[in-house]
Design a protein around this ligand. Structure first.
Ligand code: GDP
Length: 298
């Protein structure tokens, strides 16, 4: 799972390059700080996080008498690490059997891909996994998931009729009957018109709890880094509806908007369980603040 640092750095280059580029062979002055501010905003760090980072850098510039761009870069790395560190909280699969993970996110966020990666990740730890194909909006998606399950030896529970809450209920019953370790419950990312997505997934959550009163044990929200600041609005809406307990931020490879993680850390912090750094089955990593900052400009 944990790809090498150089690979991560390469993958996250699109965000790191403009920031790193700023510092080379320059002295710190107001102009440099202003350029940095603009760059952070353009990387979707958001106003609050950007202001907090700049305030800290100005403080260090004065009190620690920083002079070179390099020193400023180091100070930024440290400030960013301090900001992101609270998000580092790996998912721990506790004693519940089955351990029930509900996944939510809008269409295209990378939910299906992340479910595949997670199933593989848990299987590689010797755990049995069952999937609930609860994104019933696209029939083709269900077929795709079932085919994927056949190839990877993962049971997939689906329903022709396509009520996501019923699929979740069935999946939990099946997992109990088969003594499965982990259930991954997919939910709709879009609905036929006139239905309210948040109400629908809140219902799935309630039904999961009916099937297993201690669950869901993790409510993961999958967010696409490319949507930048919109990720915050999605996080707030999903959190209000289902009580998000962890995040998966996808497509951090190649995006220049990875700063959204800083915005989340500052304004609506949630444990960032995993980051997606590619389309491949192995391209999901546990989030480590230090490694992430290093990858940007270490
Ligand atoms: P869903 O609609 O939320 O289920 O989204 P999908 O899982 O189908 O993903 C949408 C697209 O994003 C697909 O082309 C995926 O291959 C791609 N994708 C998902 N995660 C990542 C990631 O971490 N990096 C990259 N580059 N692409 C990703």
């Amino acid at each position: 799972l944990k790809a090498g640092l150089s690979r991560t750095r390469q993958q996250l280059g699109a965000l790191g390059d403009p920031i790193s580029g700023l510092f080379s062979r320059r002295k710190i002055d107001e102009e440099l700080l202003e350029e940095l501010e603009t760059t952070l905003l353009m990387a979707d760090c958001g106003v609050e996080a950007t202001t907090a980072l700049l305030t800290e850098l100005r403080r260090r510039w004065k009190t620690d008498k920083l002079e070179s761009g390099e020193q400023l870069q180091e100070a930024l790395a440290e400030a960013l690490h301090n900001l992101l560190a609270p998000l580092q909280a790996p998912l721990v699969v506790s004693g519940h059997k089955p351990f029930i993970i509900m996944l939510a996110g809008v269409n295209g966020a990378g939910k299906t891909t992340s479910i595949g990666k997670l199933a593989r990740h848990f299987q590689s730890q010797g755990k049995s996994v069952l999937l609930a194909a609860g994104d019933t909006f696209r029939a083709a998606a269900r077929e795709q998931l079932m085919e994927w399950g056949r190839r990877n030896d993962v049971t997939v529970i689906a329903q022709e009729s396509g009520d996501p809450a019923a699929v979740a209920f069935d999946a939990i019953a099946a997992a109990k009957a088969r003594s499965i370790d982990i259930v991954l419950i997919d939910t709709a990312g879009r609905l036929p018109t006139q239905l309210n997505l948040m109400e629908e997934i809140a219902k799935v959550r309630r039904v999961i709890q009916k099937a297993e009163p201690s669950g869901p044990h993790e409510v993961l929200l999958v967010l696409d880094a490319n949507i930048g600041q919109n990720a915050l609005a999605q996080l707030k809406a999903f959190d209000a509806a289902i009580g998000v307990t962890g995040l998966v931020i996808t497509k951090l490879d190649g995006t220049a908007k990875g700063g959204v993680i800083a915005a989340i850390a500052r304004t609506h912090p949630k444990p960032l369980r995993y980051i997606g750094v590619g389309e491949g089955i192995e391209d999901l990593q546990a989030f480590e603040a230090r490694e992430f900052v290093h990858a940007l400009f270490g």
